[in-house]
Design a protein around this ligand. Structure first.
Ligand SMILES: Nc1ccn([C@@H]2O[C@H](COP(=O)(O)OP(=O)(O)OP(=O)(O)O)[C@@H](O)[C@H]2O)c(=O)n1
Ligand SMILES: O=C(CO)[C@H](O)[C@H](O)COP(=O)(O)O
Length: 313
């Protein structure tokens, strides 16, 4: 495979370029490694290609997520867990886009089983980079490409202090329970609840023990790592409100942006915005942006398009 000269555009915010993003405020001076579960089939998208391998500006989505972690200097190793049939593809992606911190391991039949496999792999010599088994493990869905260093450092620090930490967001809809006949049973008081997002962080002992002790039922039907830490280790996770950009690609509408992008023309200046889809044109006009070149525009348009989608859900 031909290697690009440069790893390419990143979808995450660049540290130091954004006044709201100051990772320098906290220093992570202990070993941190990452598990990216990427072993799903993406059934809800209805696409043949699992969403983590869908192309975006000529590069698979997983490569952007991996890059968001690799560029953080204090992160040692990024274990990407994929289905057995995707091992060769993922290794190829890692090589093509020069993901030097990425190790690829085979996953399991459910998300929890894949994560457990990734956590175990961090004990194995091949995955241990530098200081051996990490103090803190960050777990992050492969299909949430916008995570930035600020959020990662907050999660890592809180995980070290409290044993577990996770990103949350306010709920956009009220959660209701239905009866088996399809009637309303009860509804939850929205202000009391939060949506659990990723990234989540754990000390290695906590997450390892949680996955050792949990049941097959948890592994097959559970959707929440923080819950395993509470139930099996008595660890109450510290919750940290994250930005809206933490959202997960789940449905086809969110994957469709790649088709839009393939149809775009890429003018260098925002005054040529009428050539663009309305959404991006509006954004460009609103922000009065000017772009030096096509790549700069592509990076911006792609990031903003992703961000807008969160409000369209
Ligand atoms: N056996 C599995 C199932 C899921 N995942 C990963 O867990 C993350 C979040 O899961 P989800 O969004 O549900 O992905 P899918 O299971 O692929 O999607 P769907 O539920 O629509 O099939 C994804 O990065 C997915 O690849 C995994 O590593 N191993
Ligand atoms: O944000 C999360 C909370 O841990 C997970 O991504 C989510 O709950 C996983 O759900 P699914 O079973 O759909 O993959």
């Amino acid at each position: 495979m031909e290697r690009p000269a440069d790893p390419g555009a990143s979808l995450a915010r660049l540290p130091g370029k954004d006044p709201h993003n100051n990772p320098g405020d906290v220093s992570v001076d202990f070993p941190v490694s990452v598990v990216l579960p990427a072993g799903g089939t993406g059934e809800r998208t209805g696409l043949q290609t699992p969403k983590q391998f869908c192309g975006l500006m000529g590069r698979p989505l997983i490569s952007y997520t991996a890059q968001a972690f690799e560029r953080v200097s204090w992160i040692q190793c990024v274990v990407v867990v994929v289905a057995t049939e995707s091992l060769a593809l993922m290794r190829d992606i890692a090589q093509r886009y020069r993901h030097s911190k990425v190790r690829v391991v085979p996953g399991g039949s459910t998300r929890h089983r894949s994560i457990r496999r990734g956590v175990q792999a961090l004990r194995e010599p091949e995955e241990q980079v530098g200081a051996g088994t990490p103090k803190v493990v960050i777990i992050h869905d492969a299909v949430r490409p916008f995570v930035d260093e600020d959020m990662l450092s907050k999660i890592a620090m809180a995980a070290k202090e409290h044993g577990a930490a996770g990103a949350i967001r306010p709920l956009v809809s009220t959660v209701i329970a239905t009866t088996s006949e399809g009637y309303l049973d009860h509804s939850l008081e929205r202000a009391k609840y939060r949506a659990s997002e990723m990234p989540q962080g754990f000390t290695y002992e906590v997450i390892h023990q949680a996955y050792q002790k949990c049941t097959d039922y948890d592994l097959d039907y559970g959707t929440e790592c923080l819950h395993l830490a509470l139930q099996y280790c008595g660890t109450n996770a510290k919750l940290i409100e994250g930005p809206p950009t933490l959202w997960k690609v789940s449905h086809r509408t969110t994957v469709r942006m790649r088709h839009l992008h393939s149809k775009l023309t890429f003018p260098c200046r925002s005054r040529r915005a009428p050539h663009l889809p309305r959404l991006i044109a509006l954004l460009l006009t609103a922000e009065g942006r000017k772009f030096k070149n096509q790549m700069q525009y592509r990076q911006f348009a792609c990031r903003e398009h992703f961000r807008q989608k969160v409000h369209l859900h």
